[in-house]
Design a protein around this ligand. Structure first.
Ligand code: AP5
Length: 206
């Protein structure tokens, strides 16, 4: 199974990718998590992309594409669930050179809800599990239920960056949705439902 989850920032791609990964035993590949790990490790590449990520921008996309494709080739021999990649038509074309994508699932969510989800998100510093202060709080405040790690708010989840992220999404990623539509593999889901209902809808599709 080679799936792409696509949609605006904060629409629930990562949350659903985790559920699908557990259900089908296929790796969840989050380009955002891979890039954040590079930044946290202070690698030369991480230093290069940090400034772009803080602003919610795409950055050096050829280098990023190479990194994500090589991660997929090393770790995903039996398929993958992609979250955050491809984000541009260039990335979608490069992905197509190496893999046959069976479906691209487009998460539709109104702008107001995007902002509420992003500003309320908290992420574990150790295992990257995602919470929401209202919809999915941890059992103990600011502590991850899974690993006991500390929860934090991503730099790019602050209000001032969100508008830019949405603009970048509209300019760069909406054309990717059109790209998959033309290939006849685009599926729509209503992301403005509970995580359980969204999951049911995706299972029905796949
Ligand atoms: P990335 O980490 O990919 O961010 P994103 O695409 O903006 O997506 P998010 O992680 O914000 O949201 P999500 O859709 O996964 O939602 P989640 O499940 O967490 O990218 C970050 C940055 O890295 C980019 O801006 C860019 O700079 C760089 N980058 C990444 N990929 C790149 C690439 N390919 N090329 C170049 N640069 C790249 O849910 C959000 C919140 O809502 C959570 O709190 C969750 O608990 C809650 N929630 C989820 N589902 C529901 C629901 N159904 N109901 C209520 N709450 C819900």
């Amino acid at each position: 199974m080679k799936l792409v989850l696509i949609g605006p920032p904060g629409c629930g791609k990562g949350t659903q990718a985790e559920l699908l990964s557990k259900k089908f035993g296929i790796p969840h590949v989050s380009s955002g998590n891979i890039l954040r790990a590079e930044v946290a490790a202070g690698t030369a590449f991480g230093k290069k992309i940090k400034q772009y990520m803080e602003k919610g921008e795409i950055g050096p996309q050829k280098l990023i594409t190479k990194l994500i494709l090589s991660y997929i080739n090393k770790n995903c021999s039996d398929g993958f669930i992609l979250d955050g990649f491809p984000r541009t038509v260039y990335q979608a074309q490069e992905l197509d050179k190496h893999h046959n994508i069976v479906a691209a699932i487009y998460f539709k969510l109104p702008k107001k809800e995007i902002i509420a989800r992003i500003t309320g998100r908290r992420t574990c510093k150790s295992c990257a599990r995602v919470y929401h202060i209202r919809h999915a709080p941890p059992k103990k405040k600011n502590i991850c239920d899974t690993c006991g790690g500390e929860l934090y708010q991503r730099d790019d989840d602050k209000k001032e960056t969100i508008v830019n992220r949405i603009n970048v999404y509209e300019m760069e990623t909406i054309p990717v949705i059109e790209y998959y539509k033309l290939q006849g593999i685009l599926k729509f889901i209503n992301a403005a439902q509970s995580p359980e209902m969204v999951f049911e809808e995706i299972l029905h599709l796949v």
